[in-house]
Design a protein around this ligand. Structure first.
Ligand SMILES: [Zn+2]
Length: 352
């Protein structure tokens, strides 16, 4: 089975603004893409989008999160400069000089993240990391103008980044985490003729603590849970093979275990039967995959497994370079192979 990815969809998804808690347009976009392709589409009060397709004894819940990391207005000073808080795990050094959009109620305003000019810094200041509390956003607008545009404390801010094709079918864009997962899941839903009851949930607020997955798993009460997300590829300078053996272009990563650094607390130890089945389906379909133990991150599956009386769960991740940098690189091949695997999982009866 060949899968031809809708790269226009990936572009639209990656460029759509939707920081945690303010996903707005992203579920809307997905809803439009899936209209007519699934049996049922609905949303809950928090904006989680549910897409159901197929009938079967068992319910398989699959998730991809719609939210992205971003910022929120914390304070506006007398001159109209904006201080911000971070929504999700963002390293300070990737923020400086970024162009942003501030999503006012009445107007979307472009801006730039600034700090004290290098020339004005003292010798010791120049060597220091500039932390986000030393930065501010300049929109050119006065405090009064910002107010008239509906920009106040709590207004969401996204990064201004278009998707660009690199050599060898690599793509760089913002929010590939997890719009690449959303893209694969949308495409799989369109293509598959499921032999299980498949409920795909495009979850909200993953980046601030797996909140949408927690709610939706309790609502769906599935028999099995599977999160589709992105993960850290270590195939570039300064990450050694033993720190991350995941490479882009080598197929989806099937997660064995993940969680916090040093302890794997707060994460997922994927259900061995479910994981074994996923590996078997991949092998049968000739789909190349990688096994992963990830220290320093987790996915929606960690929340799904804890819902109700416990739900056997697993996770599949699309390898990505520079995760949480606003310039995340993924490979078209991995996206295709992941989609292929999702289609097959939907179409194979779960034997457990
Ligand atoms: Zn993610």
């Amino acid at each position: 089975m060949g899968v031809i990815m809708d790269l226009e969809l990936l572009k639209r998804l990656s460029e759509a603004p939707g920081v945690a808690g303010f996903e707005y347009g992203v579920p809307e976009l997905i809803k439009r893409e899936l209209a007519g392709a699934v049996d049922r589409l609905w949303e809950d009060k928090f904006g989680n989008l549910y897409a159901e397709k197929g009938k079967g004894e068992k319910t398989l819940m699959m998730t991809a999160h719609t939210d992205e990391i971003g910022l929120v207005v914390k304070y506006v000073d007398e001159k109209g400069f904006i201080r911000f808080a971070k929504l999700g795990g963002i390293a300070d050094h990737v923020l400086l000089s970024q162009r942003v959009f501030i999503h006012g109620m009445k107007r979307r305003l472009p801006g730039v993240i600034g700090c004290k000019a290098f020339h004005m810094m003292k010798e010791d200041e120049r060597k220091q990391l500039i932390t986000y509390d030393m930065m501010f956003i300049d929109t050119g607008a006065s405090k009064e103008q910002l107010k008239s545009y509906g920009i106040t404390i709590g207004t969401p801010i996204t990064l201004d980044r278009q998707m660009t094709a690199l050599e060898n079918d690599l793509f760089v864009g913002k929010a590939m985490d997890d719009r690449a997962g959303c893209c694969a899941l949308v495409e799989a839903l369109r293509l598959a003729d499921p032999k299980n009851r498949v409920v795909c949930v495009f979850t909200v607020q993953e980046e601030v603590g797996l909140r949408g997955a927690t709610m939706s798993a309790n609502a769906i009460k599935p028999d099995f849970g599977l999160a589709i997300d992105t993960t850290i590829a270590g195939d570039h300078p300064d990450i050694s093979e033993h720190e991350s053996s995941i490479k882009i272009g080598k197929g989806p990563a099937i997660v064995v275990a993940d969680g916090r650094k040093d302890s794997l607390q707060g994460g997922l130890i994927s259900n061995p039967l479910l994981r074994g089945w996923i590996m078997e389906v991949a092998e049968k379909g000739g789909i190349e995959f990688q096994l992963e133990v990830l220290e320093g991150g987790t996915t929606d599956a960690a929340a799904i497994q804890l819902a109700q009386v416990g739900i056997p769960s697993a996770a599949i991740s699309i390898p990505s370079r520079y995760v949480h940098s606003f310039s995340e690189v993924i490979s078209k091949k991995d996206l295709e192979e992941s989609t292929k695997l999702l289609v097959r999982l939907m179409e194979e009866k779960i034997p457990v």
